[in-house]
Design a protein around this ligand. Structure first.
Ligand code: A3P
Length: 285
């Protein structure tokens, strides 16, 4: 079990698989290529769902790749030690993932034409999803109760720091041609239209029957059963018995977990921190 943390620039990260020196290299030296496709999210925003969609679009709906190679090898996390080691020498266009806040992201991205899909989700659902994820894994130690976890979340003292800063930082890029913002909520509500939007952004023209395959193999049920995508391949020492990565897959689960007082306290801070943002950016509002 790893209950220690790695710190970089005042942000906490899980204790295993991360190294401050790698964070520095990723930010300052990693060369982003124009042909790269990068899925970026704050953790628990539906990252792996987006990654599955990106991989299936890449293979025109053919599920062979997603059914034979684990997520973390198909689209490695650039900020992890193994991800960075693999990606820095990989030739040709690359597909990868990151949870990094914008100021720690590879700086070479900002002068490149690489495509970033930035996934967002109602932070209340992010919080609940994170609570169950971190509680059932030994990757990043969190307090026992949701109440205590919420306090840390609102202060940004959780893995990858503050949700609010992550969102504010990345949304400042939303007008760029090479950045597409996709919400978990729109993906749930209108999966096909959103997948088509991602195809267009990536410049991939898929036939309707290929889109059908993307939808089929990235569905909640298929991902839950695909051991390459459901994280059951994580070593036993990392997960508890009750662990289920593809957990509920719904919007609004926070309503089952927040008390009225917690919901109010959350709203107050949310309103303060997100003041000035047009609500239409956030489908949960
Ligand atoms: P819940 O814990 O609310 O169920 P991430 O990949 O960023 O860690 O996000 C994990 C969340 O995405 C989990 O949310 C998980 O169930 C959900 N998810 C993963 N695959 C999904 C799918 N195909 N459809 C809907 N939700 C999915």
């Amino acid at each position: 079990m790893s209950d220690s943390y790695v710190w970089f620039e005042g942000i906490r990260f899980p204790g295993s698989g991360f190294d401050p020196e790698v964070f520095r290299e990723v930010r300052d030296k990693f060369v982003v290529k124009n042909e790269d496709t990068i899925t970026v999210t704050y953790p628990k925003s539906g990252t792996n769902w987006l990654v599955e969609i990106v991989c299936l679009i890449h293979s025109n709906g053919d599920p062979k790749w997603v059914q034979s190679v684990p997520t973390w090898n198909r689209s490695p996390w650039v900020e992890t030690i193994p991800g960075y080691e693999f990606l820095k020498d990989q030739e040709g266009p690359r597909i990868y993932t990151s949870h990094l806040p914008i100021h720690l992201f590879p700086q070479s991205f900002f002068s490149s034409k690489a495509k970033v899909i930035y996934g967002i989700r109602n932070p209340r659902d992010v919080l609940v999803s994170g609570y169950f994820f971190w509680r059932e894994t030994n990757i990043f130690k969190i307090p026992e109760t949701l109440k205590e976890f919420m306090e840390l979340f609102l202060q940004g003292h959780v893995a990858y720091g503050s949700w609010f800063e992550h969102i504010r930082g990345w949304l400042s890029m939303r007008e760029r041609e090479n950045v597409l913002v996709v919400s978990y909520e729109e993906l749930k509500k209108d999966t096909r239209v959103t997948v088509e939007k991602i195809c267009e952004f990536l410049g991939k023209k898929l036939k309707p029957e290929e889109i059908d395959l993307v939808l089929k193999y990235s569905s909640f049920q298929f991902m839950k059963e695909n051991k390459m995508s459901n994280f059951t391949m994580l070593p036993d020492s990392y997960v508890n018995e009750n662990f289920s990565f593809i957990r509920k897959g719904v919007t609004g689960d926070w309503k089952n977990h927040f008390t009225v007082a917690q919901a109010e306290a959350f709203d107050k801070i949310y309103q303060e921190k997100m003041a000035g943002y047009p609500p239409k950016l956030f489908p949960w509002e």
